[in-house]
Design a protein around this ligand. Structure first.
Ligand code: ZN
Length: 243
């Protein structure tokens, strides 16, 4: 159920009577190679959040499409500071709390947003005196596949949910399969400072074999695991309240 399609007195009744949890998807606008649109992270996280909301009967909020992507310069990125992202979502959560929302799931779709979202659960808890709880999840932690950037995983996911993928332009980028864990960790660290230092084309992984079928498989797995975790958070919360 999408929040933006609701009407006012009905929406307040729904919140009051059904005690719905909400999902806030958070994405980014940044280069994803020549074959995927700059909206890729926002597109994927929107779809995953929508499917999770449907499955769990949560309210889906509009996606926050701007994220922290400075590390992709000089390739295209439209970025806001981490402190701005944190503050904006904090204020949205405080406002949701005033409207009677007691559980908020923030589903993140971009790696560098992560560390700025982490403090939100404790900040919101303090602000609302424990009335509203926030959980933060990055969606790629809910798939068995190793994640990439504009590589096999993201390209497959995009083929499954979007018609904007240009496979003719898909080119193999940085492939880490044969590298040691230590080396990959080192590259990861370097990439979080400057992505083009580890891959000139801005592609991490190999998108050339990405298929719609793989995308659907990864999508199904991710939504199933994520929905399960969200439900567990809710039951744990209820159990605590009843004791
Ligand atoms: Zn991405």
């Amino acid at each position: 159920m999408e929040l933006k399609n609701q009407f006012d007195p009905d929406l307040r009744k729904i919140i009051k009577n059904q005690k719905k949890a909400v999902i806030i998807p958070v994405g980014s606008i940044e280069q994803h190679g020549a074959h995927l649109p700059i909206s890729t992270d926002s597109d994927i996280v929107t779809e995953i959040a929508k499917k999770t909301a449907d499955r769990c009967d949560f309210l889906l909020l509009p996606t926050i499409s701007y994220g922290v992507s400075f590390e992709h310069a000089p390739l295209f990125n439209l970025s806001i500071k981490g402190s701005t992202l944190q503050k904006m979502i904090f204020e949205i959560c405080a406002s949701l709390s005033k409207n009677g929302i007691r559980t908020i799931f923030i589903i993140n779709g971009h790696y560098s947003n992560q560390k700025f979202l982490q403090r939100l659960p404790s900040l919101v808890k303090r602000q609302t005196r424990g009335k509203t709880r926030v959980f933060v999840f990055s969606y790629w932690h809910f798939m068995s596949q190793r994640f990439d950037h504009a590589g096999f995983v993201e390209t497959s996911l995009m083929r499954a949910i979007s018609n904007k993928v240009n496979m003719k332009k898909a080119k193999r980028g940085l492939v880490t399969d044969v590298l040691s864990r230590r080396k990959v960790a080192l590259l990861n660290k370097l990439a979080s400072e400057s992505f083009t230092k580890v891959t000139k084309s801005g592609v991490w992984g190999d998108p050339t074999r990405a298929t719609r079928r793989d995308g659907n498989r990864i999508l199904t797995e991710t939504v199933r695991n994520l929905a399960k975790t969200c439900q567990t958070c809710l039951t744990e919360k209820n159990r605590k309240l009843h004791h």
